[in-house]
Design a protein around this ligand. Structure first.
Ligand SMILES: [Zn+2]
Length: 239
């Protein structure tokens, strides 16, 4: 039964999402989780898109014991925030891969799924909710901006989400992801440079370039370009 929750004298909540109120996710528990191995705490946040038609379809899949997948959070296109797994627990979102030489990313991370098929822009209320959630998580678990990564970053050649339409620069400008480089380093080979940024998984040169471009130069084509070095380079001009 629908209940009219309006109370005289209290203005209706603005349709614009608040960025200061603490988040109150909708608890929608998934059975797909375990304990973080070796007592690890989250030091990374991994962003995904669902590649599904709706948030409700994604919720169903992320809570289905069959496929054995989950995430800590799901954000709908209208900014609705669901929590499926407690932050202290190990959700099953990352799979095989590595970052900065570290494996078992599930034990080291919090996974956030964004309701998006992968072939269209991310909605504004969804991005705002994500930014608010990132601020809270980064503060709660003392996670630095360079700990916020895409699924594609840690699973090169295997995963492409959150994909070329995700606005990383928007997060970078707010200190919610590591800033891209502004100076071209010429005294280093591309693989060593990429490894210094975290891309440590063993992949061929083409896959490595494709993976870094997904994050930094999503519509770039062709061979290795000075701008590929620049994106991964230092953020200060050498003096
Ligand atoms: Zn993913």
């Amino acid at each position: 039964m629908a209940t009219d929750t309006r109370v005289a004298g209290i203005p209706a909540r603005s349709a614009v999402l608040s960025t200061t109120d603490p988040l109150t996710p909708i608890w929608h528990p998934s059975p797909n989780f375990g304990a973080r191995r070796d007592g690890r705490k989250p030091s990374l946040i991994v962003l995904h898109y669902t590649a599904m038609d709706s948030a409700s379809a994604a919720l169903e899949r992320l809570c289905d014991p069959g496929p054995e997948v989950s995430a800590h959070y799901l954000i709908g296109s209208e900014g609705t925030l669901w929590q499926l797994v407690r932050e202290a627990d190990r959700a099953w979102h990352a799979g095989a891969g590595e970052w900065h030489g570290q494996t078992d990313i599930n034990s080291r991370s919090i996974g956030i799924e964004l309701d998006n098929r992968g072939d269209h822009p991310f909605a504004e209320p969804q991005m705002q909710r994500l930014e608010q959630l990132l601020r809270e998580l980064m503060q709660r678990w003392t996670i630095a901006p360079d700990g916020v990564i895409g699924h594609s970053d840690m699973a090169p050649g295997r995963k492409a989400d959150p994909g070329p339409r995700f606005d990383w620069q928007r997060l970078e400008q707010q200190g919610l992801a590591a800033p891209r480089g502004t100076a071209i380093q010429t005294d280093i080979d591309f693989r060593t440079l990429a490894q210094s940024r975290g891309y440590s998984a063993t992949v061929d040169d083409e896959t490595l370039l494709k993976t870094t471009r997904l994050r930094y130069r999503p519509w770039a084509n062709g061979p290795l370009h000075p701008d590929d070095f620049k994106a991964l380079g230092t953020t200060r001009n050498p003096t």
